[in-house]
Design a protein around this ligand. Structure first.
Ligand code: AMP
Ligand code: GLY
Length: 414
């Protein structure tokens, strides 16, 4: 089989690596891939970014399965275009992708199907939003409706902060359209977890739970990033939490997908908050998480490509997903200055005897060297019998990696 992976971050390196391990896979093309996929067994990078070019390539090369990483392609309708041409692709349609690409739609869907979530109001008019903020009890959470690369959610402690956020989103339009409509939401206190799952529209099968670490500094302080590390499973996801999640979030989500006739074979990412009043859904993403994917895929025992094929063929109900018995720890190394301004162009040195798996995110392979090119540069993933053992190995092994300005959090999974 020939597989095509769309995207070029750490998540896509992990997807390509796992696809290449599948016994029936002969070649994995990555559009555009990165320095990691350039060096990965069976993988070849192709310089294609436009949907019609990617489609043409899949047609010409007789690609058996295309797997989409980033949400922007799903929003732009890559799945619809592939299906129109009779090509096999793993991901939700543009319409189904609205569960991530419009937070207002996602909240409408959650409320319609009785999915437990924070109370909210939607506004597309600044004055009404401001009025509502004036009469709110704080904190409140203001969310831009559209995609905002992690910059669209602000927790406001008082009216001044709310006013500033509303002005920036709705009037100054700093999110280029995505913040013209906002959601103002009740603040929930608790611990967060991510549950990725796979669906074919008939069933949704949850993966192992995980825990992202979003802020740049230790102790969960500082600005949010794309994710600085992940442990899996999430120690807060007890049996009771998972049962609560299945009955109040996962099952009604499936019902909603079916009732709304959403064309959905792909990954559903549930971002949940575990509170004293039970489990709430914060958000859906309609794709794999980054860096959750890097932590989870090395634990997956079931053949990844066979699993994706079962989803596309709507045969997931016959599948039992198997996982390695143990835990995973993924530590992200970033460029100095990230998530603000940062420099690139530094050589990455990795010792040959490194254990665990290194996934490259923001680096290119140039003249025989890996050179930094992004904010989040790479991650190391180690497995262990439990979280403590996995994180111990990950922290030992990351010392074998070096580049100028390399930064990582010392408390992933602590
Ligand atoms: P979202 O993109 O909706 O997941 O929001 C991004 C982050 O904002 C989440 O991971 C939470 O840390 C935080 N957040 C979102 N909604 C709420 C809420 N209602 N209460 C508290 N924190 C929230
Ligand atoms: N790690 C968070 C995300 O992928 O959205």
């Amino acid at each position: 089989m020939k597989v095509l992976v769309v995207g070029g971050g750490g998540r896509e390196h992990a997807i390509a690596y796992k696809a290449a391990l599948s016994e029936n896979v002969e070649k994995v093309y990555c559009a555009v891939g990165n320095g990691g996929t350039a060096l990965e067994n069976k993988c070849i990078n192709v310089e294609l970014t436009k949907i019609d070019e990617i489609c043409d390539f899949a047609e010409k090369e007789k690609i058996d399965i295309t797997i989409v990483g980033p949400e922007a392609y799903l929003e732009a309708g890559i799945v619809d275009e592939f299906k129109k041409r009779g090509l096999r692709i793993f991901g939700p349609s543009k319409e189904a992708a609205r569960l991530e690409t419009s937070k207002a739609y996602a909240k409408y869907f959650m409320n319609k199907y009785g999915i437990k979530t924070a109370k909210c109001e939607v506004f597309d008019d600044y004055d009404s939003a401001l009025d509502y903020a004036k009469n709110s009890t704080y904190p409140i959470v203001i969310k831009a409706d559209g995609l905002a690369a992690g910059k669209g959610v602000v927790i406001c402690r008082n009216f001044n902060e709310a006013q500033k956020t509303l002005k920036e989103f709705m009037i100054e339009d700093i999110l280029k359209g995505s913040g013209k409509k906002v959601i103002i939401e009740e603040y929930l206190e608790g611990v967060e977890a991510t549950i990725l799952s796979i669906t074919d529209g008939n069933v949704i099968i949850p993966f192992i739970s995980s825990k992202d670490h979003k802020t740049i500094y230790e102790g969960n302080i500082g600005p949010n990033t794309g994710g600085m590390g992940v442990i899996a499973p999430n120690p807060y996801c007890s049996k009771e939490v998972l049962e609560d999640f299945e009955s109040n979030i996962l099952n009604p989500t499936l019902l909603g997908i079916q009732n709304e006739k959403l064309d959905y074979c792909g990954i559903i990412y549930f971002g949940i908050m575990i509170t004293k009043k039970g489990v709430y859904l914060l958000e859906y993403n309609v794709r794999m998480g980054d860096p959750e994917t890097q932590a989870l895929l090395p634990l997956l025992k079931t053949d990844f490509i066979k699993l994706i094929n079962s989803s596309i063929d709507k045969k997931l109900k016959d599948v039992k997903i198997e996982w390695i018995d143990g835990a995973s720890c993924c530590i992200v190394a970033s460029s100095k200055g990230y998530p603000g301004k940062y420099e690139t162009g530094y050589e990455i040195k990795i010792e040959d005897n490194i254990k665990g798996k290194v996934f490259i995110a923001g680096a290119t392979f140039l003249n025989g060297k890996l050179i930094t090119s992004g904010g989040r540069v790479l991650s190391i993933v180690a497995l262990g019998e439990d979280i403590e053992k996995a994180r111990k190995t990950a922290y030992e092994e990351i010392k074998k990696i070096e580049f100028d300005g390399m930064y990582y959090r010392k408390d992933i999974g602590a």
